[in-house]
Design a protein around this ligand. Structure first.
Ligand code: HEM
Length: 149
C-alpha cells in the first residue's frame, strides 16, 4: 500500500511540473499576443488541481512514512540527520508554501482587471511556485533513496 502510494506520488510530480510549465508558457505567450485570459484559464486550474492532488497524496503517505515515525520517536534530535529532516519537515513545509502560492496566484489572476494583468500575475506566482517545488523535490541526484518515477 505504502509503496503504491509512494510510486503514485513520485510519478505525479511530472504532471505537476508539466502543468505548471505549460501554464507559465501560456501566460507568456498570452500576454504577448493579447489573448483573452478566459480562454487560457483552464491551464491554471489544471496546474492548481494537480498540485492539490499531489499535496493530498503527500499527506496520505506522510503519516505512514518511516520519516514521520522517526520524528515521533526521536523528536527534535532527528533534525541532525539531514535526509530525515528533509522528508519529515522541509519537504512538507515547502510544498505547503507552494500550494498556497499557486492557489493565491491563480485566484489573483482570475480577479485581475485586464487580461494582460491576469497573465502577468499568473506568470509571477506560478514561476515562484515552480521554483519552490523544484527545490523541494527529492531528486535522485540529491537523495540516494529517491527515484525518477
Ligand atoms: C506539490 C507537492 C509535492 C510534490 C511535487 C512532491 C514530490 C515528491 C517526490 C518526487 C518524492 C520522491 C518519491 C520517490 O522517492 O521516488 C516525494 C517523497 C515524499 N513526499 Fe512529497 N511531494 C509533494 C508534497 C508532499 C507533501 C505535502 C507531503 C507531506 C505532507 C509529502 C510527503 C512525502 C514523503 C513522506 C516522501 C518520502 C517517502 C519515502 O521516501 O518513504 N509530499 N515527494
Amino acid at each position: 500500500m505504502y509503496q503504491g502510494l509512494l510510486h503514485a506520488h513520485s510519478g505525479l510530480r511530472w504532471l505537476v511540473l508539466v502543468a505548471l510549465i505549460y501554464a507559465i508558457y501560456q501566460s507568456v505567450t498570452g500576454k504577448k499576443s493579447g489573448k483573452k485570459f478566459a480562454d487560457a484559464k483552464m491551464a491554471g486550474t489544471l496546474a492548481v488541481a494537480s498540485i492539490h492532488l499531489q499535496f493530498l497524496l503527500g499527506l496520505a503517505i506522510y503519516f505512514q512514512s518511516p520519516w514521520y515515525k522517526m520524528l515521533k520517536e526521536m523528536g527534535a534530535s532527528m533534525m541532525s540527520d539531514s535526509v530525515a529532516r528533509f522528508y519529515a519537515v522541509e519537504h512538507p513545509i515547502m510544498m505547503l508554501i507552494a500550494v498556497l502560492v499557486a492557489t493565491i496566484g491563480n485566484a489573483k489572476a482570475k480577479k485581475a482587471s485586464t487580461d494582460a494583468a491576469a497573465f502577468q500575475k499568473r506568470l509571477v506566482w506560478f514561476t515562484i511556485t515552480l521554483i519552490v517545488i523544484f527545490i523541494a523535490i527529492p531528486w535522485p541526484f540529491r537523495f540516494a533513496n529517491a527515484g525518477w518515477f
